[in-house]
Structure formats: C-alpha cells, structure tokens
Design a protein around this ligand. Structure first.
Ligand code: PA5
Length: 447
C-alpha cells in the first residue's frame, strides 16, 4: 500500500470550539452524501467524479499515441488554452518537470510552452520567434471553442504552421481538445482534419484536469498519465468514505468552520516552487466554484520561504481574517547537503551536514508555529513526495473537497455566471457582431 496524502488540522483545532468542529464535520459528511447522491445544485456537471475509474484503455492509448508521434522531430509543443483548459496541465507539468528543463537536453520528449492564457502582444510575438526557430506542434484546448484568448493565439499559430509546414503537415502537428459537437473549434477541426479529443459535456473546465485537457500535455511531456490516474483513483475511493477519516471531508469541514468563525481568506502555502501552479489551479477551482451569491472564502497563495520576505509581515500581524493551508512535501526527490567550511567565514557551520530540505522543514515548522501564535489557524496537506501518482491524488482530493465545501456553503459549485460579464464588455468594445447596443452603452461611460 502506497504512503498517501493526509490532512493535518491540529494547528487549526485550537481556534475552534469542539461544537464548531463537530457541526462542521456533520455538515461536511451530509454535503458528501448530496454530492455522491448526485442530488445537489449543478448535478449535470458531475462527470469528473468518475473520471479516474472510468477513463478507458482506448482513450489512454490514443493519448499516448500522440505523445509517441511527437517524440521524434518535434522540439516544442504549444499548449493553447486558458483557465480550466490550461491551469491543470501547467500545475502538473511545473510540479513534475526539472526546473531548468528548457536549458537542458534531458529527455527525448519535446519541451512544453503555453499560449492563449493572456492577450499580451509581446508574449505572442516572442513565442512566434521561438516557433520560427524550432520544429513545433500544438494542442489547442477549449471546451466552448469560443474563448477569445486561446482562439486568437490559435489563429496566429495555425497560420504560422501552414506557412511553414504546409496544410497537410500542419494537420499532423495540431491536436484539438473540445466539446463533442458544439463550438467553432469542433467545426474547424473537422474541416481541417485534426485529431480531436472530447471534453465530456458533464465535466466543467476547472474540473477537467483528468480528461484529455490535462492528460495530453502531461503525456506529451513524457510523464506517466496512468500513474496520475491511479493516484486519482485511490483518492476517489478514499474520498467516498462517509467518515471524519476522509481527507476531503476533513479539509472541507475545517475550512468552512474557520470561514464561519470569521476567517475569510485562505492562503495556500507551498515550500517547493514546483507547486506554485498547483496553487494557481486551486485558486481557480475554489474561487470560481465558491465565490458567488456574496459568499465564499477568498483563495490566495504564497510561495515560502520567498514570500516570507514580502507577505510574512502581513500574515504575522495584519488583519486577522486569514488562515493557511500548507502543502507540505515530506520527501524531496533529490538530496543536497551543506558542507562544513573550516574557516566558517559566513558563520553557517551550525548547518554543516544538514540537508537543504531539513532547513526548509525547519523554516516550515518555525513559520507555522509563529503564524499560529500570531492568530493564523493552520492546516497541512501532506504529500509523501512529488510524482505523478501524488499529483493525481492531490487533484482529485481538491476537486472532491471543493464540491463538498461549496455544498456546505449552499452554492452551485459548477457554474460561473460572473465570468461572463467581462467577456460581454470585451466583445462589445472589440466590435463583435451582435454586441452593438452594449458597445454604445459602454463607450458612453467613462471609468
Ligand atoms: O472553469 C471554467 O469553466 C473556465 O475557467 C474555462 O475553463 C475557461 O474559461 C476556458 O474555457 P474554454 O475551455 O471554453 O475555452
């Protein structure tokens, strides 16, 4: 049996009365029943619950086939997408990839870069410079097929490919991930003859990391998607237990109890820079799922120890409306110790023989104690180590806890009505047909 992800909430317990904790656990287990009974709000979007156990061999083989095909002759693969169509694969790849991979020739797999997650002219121009110099392929991911950021990036990249490689070869270098039947990307892909993968109708963008949305980029980069799904599958079982031992139940219960007690902001903390984008993915998952109807914990994140030198002061002594959830990695994948220096000019010989990780762990423990003393409740999500299995497990854990947590708050976790407002304004201001009235109204206003 593998050593597993655990939730430790001892350092939050002291901020809550026993009654608050007991009530929160009872509510959390009830919310789990509603989620798994598929009787809550937004229940048409619960396909993600079964992805780990139901992803079949045919799909996995097709995905691995794309990865194999691009292992020879392709230097760079551009993953084009935004929000839920980008953050999960970015999180997984940052976690799994050598920090300096772009400067090393370590693996036979192509290097991965991202596009379509911003509208920066500089970013796209610089990316095109890279693509001109390299042999490239692209995965374009958009469930709706109409999101402007990835659509714009894809139009530019597609034109570049067609000029450089010709139409037929471009079609071999482009894979699309989109809705089964709707949207411009589906139609375009069929017309151009791209290989396509489906984002199931019943899986929303931010819950789609274990569909081809996340699996293709991870496989193309050379990582083991079967191990990732195995981790998710084990968590699928564990997080179905109707008990306080269920890590998703515990996390949802304690964060909601803290929220009810006035802690309105949750900061995800990591001590390993490889997890920075796990926090970005988590922010979207929780922010879009819970932040509605004037409710919801505000999701924030920091990278320690770096941000102890910028955000540490506020967390220690600022307004007391925050709690922290540390993603704590038990074992690093590599080892490096601090050597003795006979002259000890830097005065650091008290660290001689210690590993860098031991210093990191003591920074973590010392900071947690200081923050708890400063009035900041603290939870830990303990990951045994960073690998495909544990990242899969972590993804599913956070998704399940998110569904439970949003039902505890009594909001629909699976819609995002607030995201539409900016899009309508942007389309109107850019002159999209059908938005003429809105454009007049906006132009008459000044900010
Ligand atoms: O969670 C969501 O639904 C959103 O973040 C979407 O993933 C994001 O807006 C991208 O949408 P699409 O995949 O349709 O381009």
């Amino acid at each position: 049996m593998k050593h597993k992800l655990e939730v430790d909430y001892n350092a939050a317990r002291g901020f809550l009365a026993d009654r608050e904790v007991n009530d929160a656990f009872a509510k959390s287990i009830k919310a789990l029943e509603v989620l798994e009974g598929r009787e809550g709000r937004g229940n048409e979007f619960l396909g993600w619950l079964d992805l780990p156990s139901e992803t079949d061999e045919t799909l996995l083989s097709r995905i691995e086939g794309v990865a194999r095909r691009w292992q020879n002759g392709i230097d760079v693969v551009v993953i084009i997408g935004i929000g839920g169509s980008y953050l999960g694969s970015k999180a997984a790849l940052d976690a799994l990839t050598h920090h300096f991979d772009l400067y090393l020739e370590k693996s036979s797999s192509p290097k991965i870069v991202f596009a379509g997650q911003n509208l920066s002219e500089d970013y796209l121009s610089e990316l095109m410079e890279l693509l001109s110099a390299k042999s490239a392929a692209a995965v374009v991911i958009s469930k709706s097929g109409t999101t402007i950021e990835p659509a714009v990036a894809f139009r530019i990249i597609k034109q570049h490919f067609e000029e450089k490689y010709g139409k037929e070869e471009s079609a071999r270098r482009i894979v699309a991930v989109t809705d089964e039947s709707r949207g411009a990307l589906r139609k375009l892909s069929e017309m151009e003859g791209y290989e396509t993968f489906i984002i199931p109708d019943n899986v929303g963008g931010r819950f789609s990391v274990l569909t081809p949305v996340g699996l293709i980029p991870v496989a193309v980069a050379g990582y083991d998607i079967r191990a990732m799904l195995e981790g998710a599958r084990d968590m699928q079982k564990r997080s179905s237990e109707h008990s306080e031992n269920n890590p998703a139940v515990a996390y949802a219960a304690i964060r909601n109890a803290l929220y009810s007690s006035g802690k309105k902001i949750e900061i995800i903390v990591n001590y390993n820079p490889k997890l920075q984008y796990v926090a970005e993915w988590w922010k979207q998952l929780y922010g879009e799922s819970e932040g509605k109807e004037n409710k919801g914990i505000f999701p924030a994140s920091v990278n320690f120890t770096s941000d102890l030198h910028s955000m540490g002061q506020y967390i220690q002594e600022g307004e007391r409306h925050i709690f922290e959830t540390v993603i704590s990695v038990e074992k690093p994948n590599r080892s490096l110790s601090i050597a003795n220096d006979p002259k000890n000019l830097d005065g650091l010989n008290f660290l001689s023989g210690k590993s860098i990780d031991e210093c990191n762990k003591m920074a973590e423990l010392g900071t947690r104690i200081a923050h708890v003393d400063g009035g900041v409740p603290n939870m830990r999500i303990i990951l045994p180590e960073i690998n495909e299995y544990n990242i899969g497990s972590l993804f599913y854990f956070f998704e399940k806890a998110c569904g439970i947590s949003a039902y505890m708050l009594d909001v629909n976790p699976f819609d995002q009505p607030g995201v539409e407002d900016y899009k309508v304004n942007m389309f109107a201001l850019l002159g999209k047909p059908g938005f003429e009235e809105k454009a007049k109204e906006l132009r008459a206003r000044s900010l």
